[in-house]
Design a protein around this ligand. Structure first.
Ligand SMILES: NC(=O)c1ccc[n+]([C@@H]2O[C@H](COP(=O)([O-])OP(=O)(O)OC[C@H]3O[C@@H](n4cnc5c(N)ncnc54)[C@H](O)[C@@H]3O)[C@@H](O)[C@H]2O)c1
Length: 440
């Protein structure tokens, strides 16, 4: 009689008896560990960053959207942070959440994935399930993992299982998160058996799981979601440029358009795109499409428009400073790529800072309460001011203008309007429009 091992594994999942290794404990992997631990699984959190592992062992969070208390509440008999990849041997399910950036030529940089593949190759054994969660071009999961199984003469879908589930974590999103159990997940597998295991595991931490027919479709789905955002943001940024010439407030226009109950989804202009997803993911498809002889013109154009925003903004601020012969300092409020986040990756506001700092030396200061002291120490070339310093009226006198880069909730917008003569706002942060507020 042929044994269906996938059914046995699913039974083990449903009775919480599988051991899970999550590799890569960043914005995606750490919340996933927390969610799986909360769901009563034994979890090895594996990361090659020794400092991060030590912080977790000391029950300290290094991600601002995860509180220390959430880490302290973990059952450390069941959550084991480690940099020892040998724990893969003691795991039934291995989930991979390492970075997938692009290089300076906007080509996929797969070095982190390759490193993990090496470790999997060393320790993988029969009856394990490997799930890839990283964003990449369609075909990546099979391209990187099938050769390992082939070499070891494993039979995929029978005695080894492979799947892909794109990540949707949006750090700082107060409504949807894997930790709230309401982040719908897309799952896929190399075969039906593989897919059923992947589905069973994510059903433990998500209220809605959608199965794709194959891995490539699930990989493409993630790119589709982010390319959709990128091109719409590119479009609204272009429309914003047109609106300014026409003396139209685009934010009012969007408010009005939103009253249509169908056929319109709102996107907002801003200083450009940042983080590990929108400025990066579209190029994974562009790369693969090029190999297949397709030029993704639309995707590249949106990327170009979004990439150019920090430049446009910087030039507009500089022009104003020169025209009015301003001599005092400029304050950038919020330098992370989005509201209420500590994520600086690909931040367009950092690009505005670098541009202005080159042109107006030693006069650009930054206030960002979301950044930890540790991060600030590493940004040696930036002069930071604290929120506390902004409490003194005297302090404001040192500035000619401020630029709202990221509209964190911790900023006191009333105070900002009261104390700055000119405010350049890239985020529609103020309720009331006054002459001093310039939408940029
Ligand atoms: N950040 C997001 O909001 C987000 C959202 C959706 C999808 N994703 C995707 O999820 C994946 C992970 O992104 P992230 O934002 O969590 O990255 P991150 O940089 O926050 O974290 C990655 C972690 O992996 C660790 N790491 C790197 N190489 C490793 C290796 N060889 N072995 C073990 N650990 C290693 C790093 O030390 C780091 O702790 C990426 O593919 C990304 O595109 C990210």
């Amino acid at each position: 009689m042929k044994i269906n091992f996938s059914k046995k594994i699913i039974k083990k999942i449903n009775s919480k008896k599988v051991v899970i290794s999550v590799i890569g404990l960043g914005y995606v992997g750490l919340p996933l560990c927390l969610a799986l631990s909360k769901a009563k699984f034994k979890v090895f959190g594996i990361d090659n960053n020794a400092e991060r592992i030590q912080l977790l062992k000391n029950k300290i969070s290094y991600i601002s959207t995860i509180k220390n208390s959430q880490i302290r509440n973990l059952d450390y008999k069941k959550f084991i942070p480690t940099n020892d990849f040998k724990e893969i041997l003691n795991s039934d399910i291995i989930i991979i959440c390492v970075p997938t950036p692009i290089d300076s030529r906007k080509k996929p940089n797969m070095k982190y994935v390759k490193n993990v593949v090496k470790q999997i190759d060393k320790y993988v054994k029969k009856f394990q399930t490997i799930i890839f969660e990283c964003t990449s071009y369609p075909g990546t999961t099979e391209e990187y993992f099938l050769p390992i199984f082939k070499k070891k003469k494993f039979n995929v879908g029978k005695n080894i299982f492979l799947g892909y589930s794109p990540e949707r974590e949006d750090p700082g999103n107060e409504n949807y998160s894997i930790l709230k159990n309401n982040l719908s997940k897309v799952v896929s597998g190399y075969s039906k058996n593989c897919r059923n295991i992947v589905k069973a595991i994510y059903e433990q931490v998500s209220n809605e799981v959608y199965s794709c027919n194959d891995i490539k479709t699930a990989e493409f789905t993630k790119l589709l979601e982010n390319i959709y955002r990128s091109v719409n943001i590119g479009l609204i940024n272009e429309l914003h440029t047109v609106c300014k010439k026409m003396d139209i407030n685009i934010f009012d226009a969007i408010k009005a358009a939103k009253t249509k109950p169908f056929g319109f989804n709102s996107f907002y202009p801003g200083p450009g795109v940042g983080g590990h997803c929108i400025p990066v993911d579209p190029y994974f498809l562009t790369y693969k499409a090029k190999q297949l002889g397709v030029n993704t013109k639309f995707i590249k154009l949106a990327g170009k428009i979004n990439d150019n925003r920090p430049n446009e903004i910087s030039k507009e601020i500089l022009k104003y400073v020169k025209k009015h012969k301003l001599k005092k300092n400029i304050l950038i409020m919020g330098i992370t790529y989005k509201k209420n986040s500590d994520d600086l990756r690909e931040s367009p506001i950092l690009k505005v800072y670098n541009f202005l700092n080159k042109k107006i030396k030693n006069k650009i200061l930054v206030c960002d309460p979301m950044l930890s002291n540790f991060t600030k120490k590493n940004l040696k070339n930036i002069k930071f001011v604290s929120l506390k310093e902004l409490n003194s009226k005297k302090f404001f006198k040192r500035f000619d203008l401020c630029f709202i880069g990221s509209n964190h909730d911790t900023f006191n917008y009333k105070k900002i309007t009261k104390n700055f003569k000119i405010i350049f706002d890239s985020r529609d942060s103020f309720d009331k429009l006054e002459n001093k507020i310039k939408i940029i």
